[in-house]
Design a protein around this ligand. Structure first.
Ligand SMILES: Nc1ncnc2c1ncn2[C@@H]1O[C@H](COP(=O)(O)OP(=O)(O)OP(=O)(O)O)[C@@H](O)[C@H]1O
Length: 342
């Protein structure tokens, strides 16, 4: 952290879980995970302009949640959004935050760059398989290379959970909660491959009913395999175009493809991605890495990037400038952060 700077609050607007918190250089001091079941769907707000007018409601909800747990907004705030976030949405976020009275400086960072930095990479191709879909982006010097080089594919954890909920209802005859469906999905999720773990033999529903893995396990895996099959060509083409912008980054002349996001936990996913990428000309130079901190990388990376002196000097939008010149300076940071600042 640069001398004299207080750590900012970081709010990561994701499809299913909004993560917000305050971090120290050495550890996360408090990180609230605000699930959207008790809040409006933040992901759909940042993923689409249609509900633009609701941005203030989203941030108000987060502020209320923090206050309930005894915290207040800090004067510096970093908001993490998908790289495809529109200029209109960025302006809406800046108005809500900088007109709120409690925030003096705002930084808006693209999620892919934060995931890369959070996992320890300054340059790589990010494949972020999350609840709302799978995003691919090239990251160079801790910044997304270009907004138009990002890709969104429909391999979405929330949709898979909904499919598993339907399967469970079909088998048991009664509806189950999303939490139960997600638990069941996590128990059986797996791609084909040599390290396929043994399935659990049984899955127990909250009412005590026991389903055997033959009832539900293979059907969950079929759903996951089918969903990936329908998007894998798209993902390969996204990785291929990102690779054209991200030069080899390690001493052995290889480029890292970072698998991150909650769905990257699916067993054998790196093997499946490697098999799909094998058709690429650069396949021999790819290093596929799955991060152990999958769901937290975006938050962690945002904290690290915000904690540099670059934040203060070049990147953050100040309330004073906003009041003098309006929202025309608001932009998603896509420049390269010099190593000296990291
Ligand atoms: N072991 C697992 N197997 C299968 N899916 C998993 C596993 N662990 C987590 N997931 C899924 O990952 C998803 C959550 O991922 P993540 O937290 O990255 O999403 P998000 O950040 O809210 O969304 P997004 O990145 O799309 O905005 C959920 O759908 C969850 O069910």
């Amino acid at each position: 952290m640069a001398a004299g700077l207080e750590a900012p609050w970081v709010v990561e607007l994701s499809s299913q879980t909004t993560r917000c918190g305050f971090a120290h250089a050495s550890h996360i001091d408090c990180m609230q995970e605000v699930a959207t079941c008790s809040l409006p769907s933040h992901g759909s707000l940042v993923h689409s302009d249609r509900t633009l007018g609701s941005t203030d409601r989203v941030l108000d909800d987060i502020a209320a949640t923090l206050e309930r747990s005894g915290h207040e907004w800090q004067p510096r705030l970093t908001v993490v959004v998908p790289a495809r976030c529109s200029q209109r949405m960025l302006r809406a976020i800046s108005h809500v935050v900088l007109e709120s009275g409690s925030v003096d400086k705002l930084l808006v960072l693209p999620s892919a760059a934060c995931h890369a930095v959070g996992a320890g990479f300054q340059s790589c191709v990010v494949v972020d398989a999350g609840a709302g879909g799978t995003d691919v982006a090239g990251v160079l010097g801790s910044a997304v290379v270009a907004k138009d080089s990002t890709l969104h594919a429909d391999f979405a954890g929330q949709q898979l959970t909904a499919r598993v909920a339907l399967l469970l209802k079909e088998i048991t005859g009664s509806p189950v909660s999303d939490a139960t469906a997600a638990e069941c999905k996590h128990a059986f999720a797996c791609f084909d491959g040599p390290h396929r773990p043994l399935e659990p033999d049984f899955f127990t529903l909250p009412d005590g009913a026991v389903l055997s893995s033959s009832d539900i396990g293979s059907r969950v895996q079929e759903e996951i395999g089918g969903a990936w099959t329908s998007v894998h060509k798209q993902v390969v083409s996204g990785v291929s175009s990102a690779l054209a912008r991200v030069p080899a980054s390690d001493s052995s002349d290889r480029t890292t493809v970072l698998l991150t996001g909650g769905q990257s936990r699916i067993p054998n996913m790196p093997l499946r991605l490697a098999a799909d990428l094998a058709s690429l000309e650069d396949a021999g130079h790819l290093h596929i890495r799955r991060s152990a901190t999958a769901e937290r990388n975006g938050f962690l990376g945002a904290f690290f990037l915000s904690a540099t002196s670059m934040y203060e000097k070049k990147l953050a939008m100040s309330k004073d400038l906003f009041e003098e010149e309006g929202d025309r300076h608001v932009r998603l940071f896509t420049g390269s952060v010099p190593e000296a600042f990291l």
